[in-house]
Write a protein that binds this ligand. Structure first.
Ligand code: 3HC
Ligand code: NAI
Length: 694
């Protein structure tokens, strides 16, 4: 039973008991109605307390039920709230921990609300691409005022209960035991004659509601370009302001039904569950014991090492930073300080916090200082010989049970592990640049990596606020292995008739944060060049356009050399299309007798995105990623794939794998078609009429 019913001296307590967050699924909804009705029919009951067991009052509607028959089966949440609101006996919502979405809407249907301090109060539906669909857009403005409500509804951001003390939302903030306070309150109002107050009967007072709503519209237009939900939130609130509660409710319902079926909402829900699913590893049970991480060490204070150290320091974990030379160490520490100073200047860090963070850093040149570290992350030069030296030394000094991680982006983690006598303690922790900013962390599971090491790193990732995704060992892991195919296609298209600015423009219009050529200029074109040189040796069959090599031979490595695929001006990161580069590309085609044709934006987008999808399918088949949503999380959090499309694998499902397969086979028959070896798993799913996500 998802709802408990108890009585306490004239008060019925209806307790939602649907772990983990008391989601308002069908059985919970039915349980609430049953509880309220039972209380109505018991003459000894004078008042009803509605509360939640465990770690939430309620996290809202059960998102897993969306677009299933259960979502619309009676009692719907709207019905439940109506039953609560029309109860002749007063209903008191006793709120603790979390009251979100439908949970808050349910509480708004009660006659009284009493909250514990520290509870997170939110209408976060907009973050799932929908709007509050059970009266939230109508009752919240009536409870706390138009401006505060619209801010909460459009942003979805939680507000702590105590911050809402004087807002009109709560009748009381309980200072002691919430259950006791709720019972006392219930007995008091139960003794009063009704009718008891309803939020729906309150007026929305605002000196210039129309003006404020227009202001909100303008603000939303600027930030929610590709998301329909925030606009609909305003429509629903406005309808209630102009035409009253019932009309507003009808508009809200209409908008909810439309939004829940949009691809944007599907994408956002996919990302919500994908993020949580990423932390679950199929053969590592959730109760796997973890190792205690009190102190961390980072080897190498360069671009990555500094950022990696900051992640731990930001979470209050002391870090010892090791370099080979004092000069490099000083430079690394100075860069970290500069980064924090910039944050202080932006007002996002207090000056005293800067010093506290710096105090957590211990610079050193001596491996002896690493013997207390529970986790050591290596971020030295990307050369196997240097990694070998470091890992052999770490094996000598690290304490037993210390986790030894490498931030390598291209080297074989198993080979690195073999430099130690403890390969079970070795794991890849592949951060992305800038490491203190980027959300993604690829956790590379070596052949011998112990399960508790994985469990520990996944838990730690949460603490340092990263989205961690497990990858098996392969060249490039999940993200870079896929991006290589994407870059290959981008280069082929230059050879076939496109120019860098056109390619970038097309994919940026699709929603990518940055096109492949602007991205390469930012990362440094020499990085890709080094990888291609390696490929020419290791995989001579792998066909690559040589046009990027030409660019590198001209010394155009990107922003850092003042020119790459684009031209740059000193102190300005704007990418200006380069006449010289465009001529070089056209000249290259003439020289190699590659005919140029007009390539449409649609083809550009299709080839770039499907190259990711096809490689992603191979990664799944090989078990490098354990689920399609892991690949999507890598692309959403590390590669600027548009969130409203949900990642490459969900996007492929949306297009339909039958169409994806047909397009791939079509491109395979064109020039440079040898790059399209269709993933057998993709073809199989397409034949079965299925998608990557079921
Ligand atoms: N429906 C279904 N499952 C939910 C859920 C929901 N509303 N909220 C959380 N869960 C699940 C998570 O998927 C996770 O499942 P797992 O253990 O199998 O991975 C589990 O609950 C725990 O979630 P978290 O790991 O996120 O736990 P936290 O303690 O860190 O956070 C929370 C709890 C703050 C409630 C957070 O889960 C959250 O923000 N949830 C989403 C809240 C939300 O968006 N509510 C609105 C729903 S839509 C709605 O109400 C429509 C209505 O207007 C009609
Ligand atoms: P970097 O050149 O900026 O920094 C490397 C640092 O390691 C230098 O400060 C150097 O003095 C130090 N170092 C070299 N040998 C050392 C040794 N034996 N002991 C201690 N310190 C030593 O390089 P970057 O970019 O920080 O890369 C480091 C690692 O991170 C590489 O493995 C790289 O592949 C990986 N990586 C880099 C990314 C990037 O975007 N730069 C992204 C993800 C991973």
């Amino acid at each position: 039973m998802a709802v408990d019913y108890t009585t306490h001296d004239g008060v019925a307590v209806v307790t939602l008991n649907n772990p983990p967050v008391n989601g308002l699924g069908l059985s919970t909804r039915a349980g609430i109605v049953a509880g309220i009705e039972r209380a109505q029919s018991d003459p000894a009951i004078r008042a009803i307390v509605l509360t939640g067991a465990g770690k939430a009052f309620s996290g809202g509607a059960d998102i897993t039920e969306f677009n299933t028959p259960k979502a619309t089966q009676e009692p719907t949440l709207a019905t439940v709230i109506q039953v609560v609101e029309s109860s002749a006996k007063p209903v008191i919502a006793a709120i603790h921990s979390v009251a979100m979405g439908g949970g808050l809407e349910l509480a708004l249907g009660a006659h009284y609300r009493i909250a514990a301090p520290g509870a997170q109060i939110a209408l976060p539906e907009v973050k799932l691409g929908i709007l509050p669909g059970a009266g939230g857009t109508q009752r919240l403005p009536r409870a706390i005022g138009l401006e505060a409500a619209l801010n909460m509804i459009v942003s979805g951001t939680p507000v702590l209960s105590e911050k809402l003390t004087d807002s009109g939302l709560f009748d009381e903030i309980a200072q002691g035991d919430l259950a006791e306070a709720a019972l006392t309150f219930a007995r008091r109002v139960g003794a009063q004659t009704g009718p008891h107050p309803k939020v729906r009967d309150r007026k929305i007072e605002h000196p210039n509601a129309a003006g404020f709503i227009q202001f909100a519209r303008n603000s939303v237009a600027a930030i929610a370009k590709n998301f329909p939900a925030p606009h609909k939130c305003i429509d629903a609130v406005e309808a209630g302001v102009q035409n009253g509660f019932d009309k507003g409710l009808a508009v809200e319902r209409e908008c909810f039904v439309a939004l829940v079926q949009t691809p944007e909402s599907r994408a956002l829900r996919h990302a919500f569950f994908g993020e949580r699913a990423a932390s679950k590893i199929p053969d590592v049970p959730s109760d796997t014991p973890t190792r205690d991480i009190q102190r961390v060490a980072v080897i190498g204070a360069g671009t990555m090492g500094g950022g990696i150290a900051m992640n731990f320091v930001n979470a209050g974990i002391p870090v010892t930073l090791l370099e080979t030379k004092q000069e490099a160490l000083d430079r690394g520490i100075a860069t970290i300080r500069k980064n924090y100073e910039a944050t202080v200047r932006k007002g996002r860090l207090k000056p005293e916090a800067l010093e506290q963070r710096m105090a957590l850093l211990t610079p050193t040149l001596s491996y002896d200082d690493l013997k207390d570290a529970d986790l050591i992350v290596e971020a030295v030069f990307e050369e196997l010989g240097v990694k070998e030296q470091v890992f052999r030394r770490l094996d000598e000094v690290a304490k037993p049970g210390a986790i030894l991680a490498s931030n390598t982006s291209t080297l074989d983690v198993d080979r690195i592990a073999a430099f130690t006598k403890r390969p079970q303690d070795v794991v890849g922790m592949h951060f992305f640049s800038p490491a203190n900013v980027m959300k993604l962390l690829e956790v590379v599971r070596g052949e011998h990596t112990a399960k508790d090491v994985l469990a520990t790193v996944m838990k730690l990732a949460k603490k340092i606020r990263k989205t961690a995704v497990v990858s098996g060992v392969c060249d490039g892991f999940i993200g870079n292995r896929m991006i290589e195919q994407y870059i290959r296609q981008a280069l082929f298209m230059l050879e076939e008739g496109a120019l860098p600015a056109q390619v970038d423009r097309a994919i940026e219009k699709f929603g990518f944060a940055m096109g492949p050529f602007r991205m390469s200029d930012l990362a440094g074109n020499d990085i890709g060049w080094a990888i291609r040189k390696r490929r020419y040796q290791e995989q001579p069959d792998m066909h690559y356009s040589k046009v990027a090599d030409r660019l590198c031979e001209l010394g155009r490595f990107g922003q850092k050399t003042g020119g790459g695929w684009y031209d740059y001006k000193a102190g300005d990161r704007t990418a200006y299309p380069s006449k010289a580069v465009d001529e070089m590309i056209v000249g290259y085609c003439a020289e190699t007798q590659a005919p140029r044709r007009k390539i449409g934006d649609e083809e550009i987008v299709e080839r770039l995105v499907l190259s990711l999808v096809n490689e992603g399918a191979k990664i799944l088949e090989e078990g490098i990623a354990s689920k399609a949503s892991d690949i999507d999380m890598v692309y959403l959090t590390g590669y600027g794939f548009p969130l409203y499309r949900g990642g490459p694998m969900l996007y492929a499902d949306t297009v339909g794998l039958y169409n994806v397969e047909r397009a791939i086979r079509r491109y395979a028959a064109q020039p440079n078609g040898d790059a399209w070896q269709i993933a057998p798993g993709l073809a199989k799913l397409a034949a079965e009429g299925r998608g990557f996500n079921g």
